[in-house]
Design a protein around this ligand. Structure first.
Ligand code: IPM
Ligand code: MN
Length: 378
Protein backbone atom coordinates (compact mmCIF):
# COMPACT_ATOMS: atom_id res chain seq x y z
CA UNK A 1 0.00 0.00 0.00
CA UNK A 2 1.24 3.44 -0.86
CA UNK A 3 1.68 6.42 1.44
CA UNK A 4 1.59 9.05 -1.29
CA UNK A 5 -1.54 9.80 -3.30
CA UNK A 6 -1.99 8.16 -6.69
CA UNK A 7 -1.77 10.59 -9.55
CA UNK A 8 -4.72 10.12 -11.90
CA UNK A 9 -4.42 12.03 -15.18
CA UNK A 10 -7.71 13.02 -16.79
CA UNK A 11 -7.63 13.61 -20.53
CA UNK A 12 -11.13 14.76 -21.49
CA UNK A 13 -10.19 15.17 -25.17
CA UNK A 14 -12.82 15.98 -27.78
CA UNK A 15 -16.57 16.11 -28.33
CA UNK A 16 -18.47 14.21 -25.67
CA UNK A 17 -15.20 13.36 -23.90
CA UNK A 18 -15.23 16.44 -21.63
CA UNK A 19 -18.90 15.83 -20.76
CA UNK A 20 -18.41 12.26 -19.60
CA UNK A 21 -15.24 13.17 -17.72
CA UNK A 22 -17.14 15.96 -15.92
CA UNK A 23 -19.77 13.41 -14.84
CA UNK A 24 -16.98 11.00 -13.91
CA UNK A 25 -15.40 13.61 -11.63
CA UNK A 26 -18.63 13.78 -9.64
CA UNK A 27 -18.38 10.05 -9.08
CA UNK A 28 -14.75 10.27 -8.02
CA UNK A 29 -15.48 13.24 -5.76
CA UNK A 30 -18.35 11.37 -4.12
CA UNK A 31 -15.96 8.58 -3.17
CA UNK A 32 -13.83 10.90 -1.07
CA UNK A 33 -16.85 12.98 0.00
CA UNK A 34 -14.98 15.89 1.46
CA UNK A 35 -12.26 13.78 3.05
CA UNK A 36 -8.79 13.51 1.55
CA UNK A 37 -8.83 10.98 -1.28
CA UNK A 38 -5.92 8.58 -1.78
CA UNK A 39 -5.58 10.12 -5.24
CA UNK A 40 -5.19 13.49 -6.91
CA UNK A 41 -6.89 14.36 -10.19
CA UNK A 42 -4.91 16.28 -12.80
CA UNK A 43 -6.77 17.37 -15.91
CA UNK A 44 -4.93 18.18 -19.15
CA UNK A 45 -6.21 19.67 -22.38
CA UNK A 46 -5.21 17.64 -25.44
CA UNK A 47 -6.73 16.06 -28.54
CA UNK A 48 -7.94 16.94 -32.02
CA UNK A 49 -9.61 20.24 -31.17
CA UNK A 50 -6.58 21.31 -29.16
CA UNK A 51 -4.52 20.51 -32.24
CA UNK A 52 -6.86 22.52 -34.46
CA UNK A 53 -6.53 25.55 -32.19
CA UNK A 54 -2.89 25.31 -31.14
CA UNK A 55 -1.08 23.24 -33.75
CA UNK A 56 -0.05 20.57 -31.24
CA UNK A 57 -2.07 17.67 -29.83
CA UNK A 58 -0.93 18.18 -26.24
CA UNK A 59 -0.88 21.25 -24.01
CA UNK A 60 2.68 22.02 -22.86
CA UNK A 61 3.84 19.43 -20.33
CA UNK A 62 0.62 17.40 -20.62
CA UNK A 63 2.09 14.41 -22.41
CA UNK A 64 4.89 13.98 -19.89
CA UNK A 65 2.49 14.42 -16.99
CA UNK A 66 0.09 11.81 -18.39
CA UNK A 67 2.88 9.37 -19.09
CA UNK A 68 4.23 9.62 -15.57
CA UNK A 69 0.82 9.41 -13.85
CA UNK A 70 -0.21 6.27 -11.95
CA UNK A 71 -3.26 5.85 -14.17
CA UNK A 72 -4.98 7.72 -16.99
CA UNK A 73 -8.66 8.28 -17.67
CA UNK A 74 -9.30 9.28 -21.28
CA UNK A 75 -12.58 10.78 -22.49
CA UNK A 76 -12.43 10.52 -26.26
CA UNK A 77 -10.37 11.82 -29.15
CA UNK A 78 -11.07 12.76 -32.76
CA UNK A 79 -13.03 15.40 -34.62
CA UNK A 80 -14.34 15.35 -38.19
CA UNK A 81 -12.08 17.11 -40.64
CA UNK A 82 -9.19 17.51 -38.22
CA UNK A 83 -6.24 15.36 -39.16
CA UNK A 84 -2.48 15.40 -38.79
CA UNK A 85 -0.24 16.24 -41.75
CA UNK A 86 0.54 12.53 -42.23
CA UNK A 87 -3.17 11.75 -42.61
CA UNK A 88 -3.66 10.18 -39.15
CA UNK A 89 -6.63 11.33 -37.11
CA UNK A 90 -5.74 14.24 -34.87
CA UNK A 91 -5.72 12.80 -31.37
CA UNK A 92 -3.78 9.74 -32.51
CA UNK A 93 -0.90 11.06 -30.41
CA UNK A 94 -3.05 10.47 -27.34
CA UNK A 95 -4.74 7.19 -28.04
CA UNK A 96 -1.95 5.48 -29.98
CA UNK A 97 0.86 7.55 -28.46
CA UNK A 98 -0.14 6.21 -25.06
CA UNK A 99 -1.15 2.68 -26.11
CA UNK A 100 2.12 2.11 -27.94
CA UNK A 101 4.33 4.53 -26.00
CA UNK A 102 3.43 3.07 -22.61
CA UNK A 103 3.25 -0.46 -24.03
CA UNK A 104 -0.37 -0.97 -22.92
CA UNK A 105 -0.58 -4.39 -24.50
CA UNK A 106 -3.95 -5.65 -23.31
CA UNK A 107 -7.13 -3.84 -24.27
CA UNK A 108 -9.62 -5.31 -21.82
CA UNK A 109 -13.28 -4.82 -22.67
CA UNK A 110 -15.85 -6.36 -20.35
CA UNK A 111 -19.26 -7.13 -21.83
CA UNK A 112 -21.82 -7.27 -19.08
CA UNK A 113 -25.51 -6.47 -19.22
CA UNK A 114 -26.67 -4.87 -15.99
CA UNK A 115 -30.21 -5.46 -14.71
CA UNK A 116 -32.38 -2.51 -15.73
CA UNK A 117 -30.45 -1.81 -18.94
CA UNK A 118 -32.40 -2.16 -22.15
CA UNK A 119 -31.20 -2.90 -25.64
CA UNK A 120 -32.54 -2.10 -29.04
CA UNK A 121 -32.69 -4.36 -32.07
CA UNK A 122 -34.28 -3.14 -35.30
CA UNK A 123 -35.06 0.12 -33.56
CA UNK A 124 -37.23 -1.60 -30.96
CA UNK A 125 -36.70 -2.47 -27.34
CA UNK A 126 -36.31 -6.22 -27.13
CA UNK A 127 -35.20 -8.65 -24.49
CA UNK A 128 -32.92 -10.73 -26.63
CA UNK A 129 -30.20 -10.95 -24.01
CA UNK A 130 -30.54 -11.03 -20.24
CA UNK A 131 -28.19 -10.00 -17.43
CA UNK A 132 -27.85 -13.69 -16.57
CA UNK A 133 -26.38 -14.60 -19.93
CA UNK A 134 -24.15 -11.66 -20.78
CA UNK A 135 -21.01 -11.56 -18.66
CA UNK A 136 -17.75 -12.06 -20.48
CA UNK A 137 -14.59 -10.12 -21.29
CA UNK A 138 -12.88 -9.57 -24.62
CA UNK A 139 -9.13 -9.07 -24.44
CA UNK A 140 -7.84 -7.34 -27.53
CA UNK A 141 -4.14 -7.25 -28.36
CA UNK A 142 -3.29 -3.56 -28.29
CA UNK A 143 0.24 -2.91 -29.55
CA UNK A 144 0.65 -4.70 -32.87
CA UNK A 145 -1.41 -6.40 -35.59
CA UNK A 146 -2.86 -4.12 -38.24
CA UNK A 147 -2.36 -1.11 -35.98
CA UNK A 148 1.44 -1.09 -36.05
CA UNK A 149 2.98 1.61 -38.20
CA UNK A 150 4.52 -0.83 -40.69
CA UNK A 151 2.65 0.51 -43.64
CA UNK A 152 3.02 2.73 -46.61
CA UNK A 153 1.64 3.99 -49.87
CA UNK A 154 3.21 4.20 -53.26
CA UNK A 155 2.54 7.33 -55.23
CA UNK A 156 3.40 7.64 -58.88
CA UNK A 157 2.63 10.60 -61.06
CA UNK A 158 0.83 12.43 -58.26
CA UNK A 159 -1.69 9.72 -57.36
CA UNK A 160 -1.66 6.92 -54.82
CA UNK A 161 -1.44 3.61 -56.56
CA UNK A 162 -0.83 1.11 -53.79
CA UNK A 163 -1.38 1.22 -50.03
CA UNK A 164 -0.20 -1.49 -47.68
CA UNK A 165 -0.83 -2.24 -44.00
CA UNK A 166 1.26 -5.12 -42.80
CA UNK A 167 -0.16 -7.18 -39.97
CA UNK A 168 2.53 -7.98 -37.46
CA UNK A 169 2.12 -10.79 -34.92
CA UNK A 170 5.08 -11.32 -32.63
CA UNK A 171 5.67 -14.06 -30.10
CA UNK A 172 6.12 -11.47 -27.37
CA UNK A 173 2.93 -9.64 -28.29
CA UNK A 174 0.84 -12.79 -28.57
CA UNK A 175 2.24 -14.48 -25.49
CA UNK A 176 1.67 -11.65 -23.05
CA UNK A 177 -1.87 -10.87 -24.13
CA UNK A 178 -2.83 -14.55 -24.12
CA UNK A 179 -1.32 -14.95 -20.66
CA UNK A 180 -3.30 -11.91 -19.55
CA UNK A 181 -6.49 -13.60 -20.79
CA UNK A 182 -5.82 -16.84 -18.91
CA UNK A 183 -4.92 -14.98 -15.73
CA UNK A 184 -8.09 -12.95 -16.09
CA UNK A 185 -10.22 -16.07 -16.43
CA UNK A 186 -8.60 -17.47 -13.28
CA UNK A 187 -9.07 -14.18 -11.44
CA UNK A 188 -12.75 -13.90 -12.40
CA UNK A 189 -13.17 -17.46 -11.26
CA UNK A 190 -16.88 -17.65 -12.05
CA UNK A 191 -16.42 -18.96 -15.58
CA UNK A 192 -19.02 -18.66 -18.33
CA UNK A 193 -22.66 -18.08 -17.33
CA UNK A 194 -23.70 -21.19 -19.29
CA UNK A 195 -21.82 -23.82 -17.32
CA UNK A 196 -19.61 -21.95 -14.82
CA UNK A 197 -16.56 -23.32 -16.56
CA UNK A 198 -13.49 -21.18 -16.91
CA UNK A 199 -12.84 -20.87 -20.58
CA UNK A 200 -10.60 -18.81 -22.82
CA UNK A 201 -11.67 -18.59 -26.45
CA UNK A 202 -9.04 -17.77 -29.05
CA UNK A 203 -10.71 -15.78 -31.82
CA UNK A 204 -8.76 -15.72 -35.06
CA UNK A 205 -8.79 -16.56 -38.74
CA UNK A 206 -6.32 -19.43 -38.57
CA UNK A 207 -7.95 -21.17 -41.54
CA UNK A 208 -6.50 -18.45 -43.75
CA UNK A 209 -3.93 -16.21 -42.08
CA UNK A 210 -0.43 -17.29 -41.19
CA UNK A 211 -0.28 -14.75 -38.34
CA UNK A 212 -3.40 -16.30 -36.84
CA UNK A 213 -1.93 -19.78 -37.08
CA UNK A 214 1.02 -18.46 -35.10
CA UNK A 215 -1.28 -16.74 -32.58
CA UNK A 216 -3.01 -20.12 -32.06
CA UNK A 217 0.27 -21.92 -31.61
CA UNK A 218 1.25 -19.50 -28.88
CA UNK A 219 -2.26 -19.78 -27.40
CA UNK A 220 -1.85 -23.55 -27.19
CA UNK A 221 1.56 -23.24 -25.51
CA UNK A 222 0.48 -20.66 -22.95
CA UNK A 223 -2.90 -22.29 -22.35
CA UNK A 224 -1.27 -25.64 -21.57
CA UNK A 225 0.09 -23.99 -18.43
CA UNK A 226 -3.47 -23.42 -17.20
CA UNK A 227 -4.95 -26.92 -16.89
CA UNK A 228 -7.90 -25.56 -14.89
CA UNK A 229 -9.08 -23.46 -17.84
CA UNK A 230 -10.75 -24.80 -20.95
CA UNK A 231 -9.16 -23.79 -24.25
CA UNK A 232 -11.39 -23.11 -27.18
CA UNK A 233 -10.99 -21.80 -30.72
CA UNK A 234 -13.33 -19.84 -32.95
CA UNK A 235 -12.87 -18.30 -36.37
CA UNK A 236 -13.73 -14.66 -36.10
CA UNK A 237 -16.52 -14.74 -38.69
CA UNK A 238 -18.29 -17.63 -36.98
CA UNK A 239 -17.57 -16.12 -33.57
CA UNK A 240 -19.61 -13.01 -34.33
CA UNK A 241 -22.79 -15.05 -34.72
CA UNK A 242 -22.09 -17.33 -31.76
CA UNK A 243 -21.43 -14.34 -29.54
CA UNK A 244 -24.79 -12.86 -30.47
CA UNK A 245 -26.70 -16.14 -30.26
CA UNK A 246 -25.04 -17.65 -27.20
CA UNK A 247 -23.18 -15.02 -25.20
CA UNK A 248 -23.60 -17.21 -22.09
CA UNK A 249 -20.99 -19.57 -23.51
CA UNK A 250 -18.15 -17.06 -23.09
CA UNK A 251 -15.93 -16.26 -20.14
CA UNK A 252 -12.80 -14.64 -21.60
CA UNK A 253 -12.08 -14.13 -25.30
CA UNK A 254 -8.65 -13.21 -26.64
CA UNK A 255 -7.95 -11.89 -30.11
CA UNK A 256 -5.69 -9.79 -32.29
CA UNK A 257 -5.92 -6.02 -32.54
CA UNK A 258 -8.23 -5.32 -35.50
CA UNK A 259 -10.55 -8.28 -34.87
CA UNK A 260 -10.81 -7.07 -31.28
CA UNK A 261 -11.72 -3.58 -32.42
CA UNK A 262 -14.57 -4.92 -34.53
CA UNK A 263 -16.02 -7.58 -32.26
CA UNK A 264 -16.07 -5.32 -29.19
CA UNK A 265 -18.39 -2.84 -30.92
CA UNK A 266 -20.73 -5.72 -31.72
CA UNK A 267 -20.43 -6.94 -28.14
CA UNK A 268 -21.50 -3.48 -26.96
CA UNK A 269 -24.95 -4.10 -28.45
CA UNK A 270 -25.38 -7.04 -26.06
CA UNK A 271 -24.68 -4.82 -23.07
CA UNK A 272 -27.12 -2.08 -23.99
CA UNK A 273 -25.08 -0.09 -26.49
CA UNK A 274 -21.83 1.81 -26.75
CA UNK A 275 -22.89 3.95 -23.83
CA UNK A 276 -22.04 1.05 -21.52
CA UNK A 277 -18.84 -0.21 -23.13
CA UNK A 278 -15.71 0.55 -21.12
CA UNK A 279 -12.16 -0.51 -21.78
CA UNK A 280 -8.84 -0.66 -20.01
CA UNK A 281 -5.57 -0.35 -21.93
CA UNK A 282 -3.31 -2.21 -19.59
CA UNK A 283 0.46 -2.62 -19.45
CA UNK A 284 2.85 -3.63 -16.73
CA UNK A 285 3.37 -0.31 -15.01
CA UNK A 286 0.87 1.91 -16.74
CA UNK A 287 -2.76 1.77 -17.67
CA UNK A 288 -5.30 3.98 -19.39
CA UNK A 289 -9.06 3.58 -19.08
CA UNK A 290 -11.72 4.91 -21.41
CA UNK A 291 -15.29 4.70 -22.57
CA UNK A 292 -15.17 3.01 -25.98
CA UNK A 293 -17.78 5.25 -27.66
CA UNK A 294 -15.45 7.94 -28.96
CA UNK A 295 -16.08 11.67 -29.31
CA UNK A 296 -19.58 11.25 -30.88
CA UNK A 297 -19.71 14.70 -32.58
CA UNK A 298 -23.45 14.29 -33.20
CA UNK A 299 -24.15 14.27 -29.48
CA UNK A 300 -21.41 16.63 -28.33
CA UNK A 301 -22.28 19.74 -26.34
CA UNK A 302 -25.82 18.54 -25.54
CA UNK A 303 -25.24 17.01 -22.12
CA UNK A 304 -27.08 13.92 -23.35
CA UNK A 305 -24.37 11.30 -23.86
CA UNK A 306 -24.58 8.19 -21.70
CA UNK A 307 -21.73 8.39 -19.14
CA UNK A 308 -22.06 4.89 -17.68
CA UNK A 309 -19.17 3.60 -19.79
CA UNK A 310 -17.00 6.24 -18.13
CA UNK A 311 -18.23 5.21 -14.67
CA UNK A 312 -17.31 1.61 -15.48
CA UNK A 313 -13.93 2.82 -16.77
CA UNK A 314 -13.41 4.56 -13.41
CA UNK A 315 -14.32 1.36 -11.61
CA UNK A 316 -11.75 -0.53 -13.70
CA UNK A 317 -9.12 2.14 -13.05
CA UNK A 318 -9.57 1.99 -9.27
CA UNK A 319 -9.56 -1.81 -9.35
CA UNK A 320 -6.37 -1.86 -11.40
CA UNK A 321 -4.62 0.52 -8.97
CA UNK A 322 -5.79 -1.66 -6.09
CA UNK A 323 -4.33 -4.78 -7.69
CA UNK A 324 -1.14 -3.22 -8.94
CA UNK A 325 -0.28 -1.67 -5.59
CA UNK A 326 -1.93 -4.33 -3.42
CA UNK A 327 -4.06 -1.57 -1.95
CA UNK A 328 -7.38 -2.80 -0.54
CA UNK A 329 -8.61 0.81 -0.15
CA UNK A 330 -8.66 1.20 -3.92
CA UNK A 331 -10.39 -2.13 -4.43
CA UNK A 332 -13.02 -1.05 -1.91
CA UNK A 333 -13.55 2.19 -3.84
CA UNK A 334 -13.90 0.19 -7.07
CA UNK A 335 -16.53 -2.00 -5.40
CA UNK A 336 -18.43 1.08 -4.23
CA UNK A 337 -18.54 2.42 -7.80
CA UNK A 338 -19.67 -0.96 -9.10
CA UNK A 339 -22.54 -1.23 -6.61
CA UNK A 340 -23.61 2.35 -7.22
CA UNK A 341 -23.70 1.75 -10.99
CA UNK A 342 -25.71 -1.45 -10.50
CA UNK A 343 -28.10 0.25 -8.09
CA UNK A 344 -28.80 3.26 -10.31
CA UNK A 345 -29.22 1.16 -13.44
CA UNK A 346 -31.56 -1.27 -11.70
CA UNK A 347 -33.72 1.63 -10.47
CA UNK A 348 -33.99 3.11 -13.98
CA UNK A 349 -33.52 6.58 -12.45
CA UNK A 350 -30.83 7.72 -14.87
CA UNK A 351 -31.92 6.59 -18.33
CA UNK A 352 -30.25 8.70 -20.98
CA UNK A 353 -31.63 9.18 -24.52
CA UNK A 354 -30.04 5.98 -25.84
CA UNK A 355 -32.04 4.06 -23.22
CA UNK A 356 -35.25 5.81 -24.19
CA UNK A 357 -35.04 8.16 -21.19
CA UNK A 358 -34.61 11.86 -20.59
CA UNK A 359 -31.81 11.89 -18.01
CA UNK A 360 -28.87 14.09 -18.91
CA UNK A 361 -25.21 13.18 -18.68
CA UNK A 362 -24.87 15.22 -15.49
CA UNK A 363 -28.09 13.73 -13.99
CA UNK A 364 -26.56 10.28 -14.40
CA UNK A 365 -23.38 11.49 -12.69
CA UNK A 366 -25.42 12.93 -9.83
CA UNK A 367 -27.47 9.76 -9.36
CA UNK A 368 -24.37 7.57 -9.16
CA UNK A 369 -22.63 10.07 -6.87
CA UNK A 370 -25.68 10.07 -4.56
CA UNK A 371 -25.76 6.28 -4.54
CA UNK A 372 -22.10 6.27 -3.53
CA UNK A 373 -22.67 8.81 -0.75
CA UNK A 374 -25.60 6.86 0.64
CA UNK A 375 -23.50 3.71 0.58
CA UNK A 376 -26.03 1.53 -1.17
CA UNK A 377 -29.00 2.86 0.82
CA UNK A 378 -31.61 4.61 -1.30
C1 IPM B 1 -11.30 1.92 -30.22
C2 IPM B 1 -11.39 2.96 -31.28
C3 IPM B 1 -10.00 3.34 -31.76
C4 IPM B 1 -9.36 2.07 -32.34
C5 IPM B 1 -10.00 4.48 -32.78
C6 IPM B 1 -10.61 5.74 -32.19
C7 IPM B 1 -8.64 4.80 -33.31
O1 IPM B 1 -12.20 2.54 -32.34
O2 IPM B 1 -10.67 2.19 -29.19
O3 IPM B 1 -11.85 0.84 -30.39
O4 IPM B 1 -9.55 1.75 -33.50
O5 IPM B 1 -8.68 1.38 -31.57
MN1 MN C 1 -13.19 0.66 -31.93
Amino acid sequence: MRETAYRIALLPGDGTGPEVIRAGRRVLDALSDGAVAPWTLEEYPAGALYYRDHGTEWAPGAEQAARSADAILLGAVGWPGVSLPNGDIAGAGLIFGLRFGLDLYANVRPCRLYPGVRHRVSGQWKEVWTPENVDFVIVRENTEGLYTPIRGALSRGGGTEVAIDTRVITRKGAERVIRYAFDLSRGRGRGAPEDHRRRVTCVDKANVLRGCQFFREVFEEVGAQYPDIEREYAYVDAFTQWMVRNPEHYDVVVTTNMFGDIVTDLAAVLQGGMGFAAGGNIGVEHAMFEPVHGSSPKHAGKNEINPFATFSAIEMLLRWLGERHTDPRMTAHANRVESAIAQVLASGSARTYDQGGTATTSDAGDRVAEAIRSGGRT
